[in-house]
Ligand binder design. Structure first.
Ligand SMILES: [Zn+2]
Length: 410
């Protein structure tokens, strides 16, 4: 009996490797087991391998979203407060399993999960189930519960009678000792990253205010780094961004109100930026009722201004959407926003593959198409380098050499 083919030869119309070069034609990619064995002009096809012909398609590295929430779903279906307050962790986990599958089928083969938002350590369990092949999903880097200053997150206690016990969307701490304890505990339960909230809408009239002191941020980040965990910091205000960058954080999330000097500081410090443009657009549309993908809303004008300053100052810009705020499996919207606000499709695809892999400290495993790397790849109909909307038309998704989705076109 013939041994089953473990090798797959893919013959795409063009191939874009995520190594800085433009797309190339006339090349094939050979997958052997879970790895990329060869990229080059292969003819004739080697013996004993399956062949996938995709002459109209572009083959790319599997996409990475560096800011996701699989344990949330769009707030216009169920408000964030209601998800956190009324839905059991088991129910939210079942949803997360479905969200992970939808994400993988849309071509995203890796995510950095930035907090379960009240679902405890369930992201560690989901990651394990995916790694063991129990359920299909992207590779996950997880940050478990996330850490907030006491009383500085949600659901807002002031909305309830004071003797109510109100579940919170993250772990609350006060003081350097307590924040260090939380970092150590979350790391011990399986956090790959530590997520901190350096500001939140906690002013007397809901204004965004810094939440952690410089001392607390320094203590948390030093402790996380000692444990080999990079730190992602939620910061929308300039003051919180500056405090977090000066304390040595690895990524800033959102940054909608950052000033030019702060982005310049980020560039000098090597701190990466995840602009989460789609979440900004989605929340603005839920609040104000305007259609989604509207670059003229006040919220988006502000985010666009910060985004462009970050680019001008040479900040390392990754692709992180904050999906969960909007529908899982539509992460491609973030790529479209980045192009809409001034990056080229090539630059955006670099952010969503090789640069994100670098931010995740995984560039030697995935994020590019190169011999020896994990066979995480996606084929799309058409040429996303000329029109990024092609990323909506997924033809093939492979992770670790396993095909999860394949559309035949006749
Ligand atoms: Zn988020």
């Amino acid at each position: 009996m013939e041994p089953a083919a473990t090798r797959i030869l893919i013959r795409p119309g063009r191939i874009w490797c995520g190594d800085g070069r433009p797309a190339q034609t006339g090349l094939c990619l050979l997958v052997d087991g879970a790895r990329i064995a060869h990229i080059g002009p292969i003819s004739p096809a080697p013996q004993n391998c399956d062949i996938i012909d995709l002459p109209q398609s572009t083959l790319l590295p599997g996409l990475i979203d560096a800011h996701s929430h699989l344990f949330l779903y769009p707030y216009n279906q169920t408000s964030w407060d209601d998800q956190v307050l009324t839905e059991a962790e088991a129910y939210r986990t079942i949803r997360a399993v479905r969200h992970a599958h939808a994400t993988l089928l849309s071509g995203f083969t890796a995510l950095r999960e930035l907090g379960t938002e009240g679902a405890g350590y369930a992201d560690v369990a989901l990651k394990r189930a995916i790694d063991e092949g129990l359920v299909p999903g992207p590779r996950l880097k997880v940050s478990t519960r996330a850490i907030v200053a006491s009383g500085c997150y949600g659901p807002r206690r002031a909305l309830f009678r004071p003797d109510c016990c109100i579940p919170q969307g993250a772990e609350e701490v006060s003081g350097a000792d307590a924040i260090v304890r939380a970092v150590r505990q979350q790391a011990s339960y399986g956090a790959d990253w530590i997520k901190l909230y350096a500001d939140y809408r906690v002013g007397p009239n809901g204004e965004t205010q810094p939440t952690f002191s410089k001392e607390e941020l320094h203590a948390a980040i030093a402790c996380a780094h000692d444990l080999g965990r990079p730190v992602a910091v939620h910061a929308t205000s300039d003051e919180a961004m500056r405090r977090a960058i000066e304390a040595g954080c690895d990524t800033i999330e959102h940054g909608y109100n950052g000033r030019r000097e702060t982005f310049a500081l980020m560039a000098r410090s090597g701190c990466a930026f995840l602009p989460t443009l789609t979440a900004r657009d989605a929340i603005s549309s839920y609040r104000h009722g305007h259609p989604e993908d509207d670059p003229h809303s006040e919220d988006m004008r502000q985010a666009a201004h910060a985004f462009r300053m970050a680019l001008e100052e040479g900040v390392l810009v990754g692709c992180g959407s904050d999906v969960g705020v909007f529908e899982h499996g539509t992460n491609y919207r973030e790529l479209e926003w980045m192009v809409r606000l001034g990056m080229s499709p090539h630059e955006v695809l670099m952010s969503a593959t090789a640069i994100n892999a670098r931010i995740l400290r995984c560039e030697s495993s995935f994020g590019r198409l190169a011999q020896g790397l994990c066979a995480d790849l996606v084929a799309v109909d058409g040429d996303p380098l000329s029109n990024i909307a092609a990323m909506r038309r997924i033809e093939l998704v492979m992770k670790d050499g396993v095909i999860y989705s394949q559309h035949e076109r006749h």
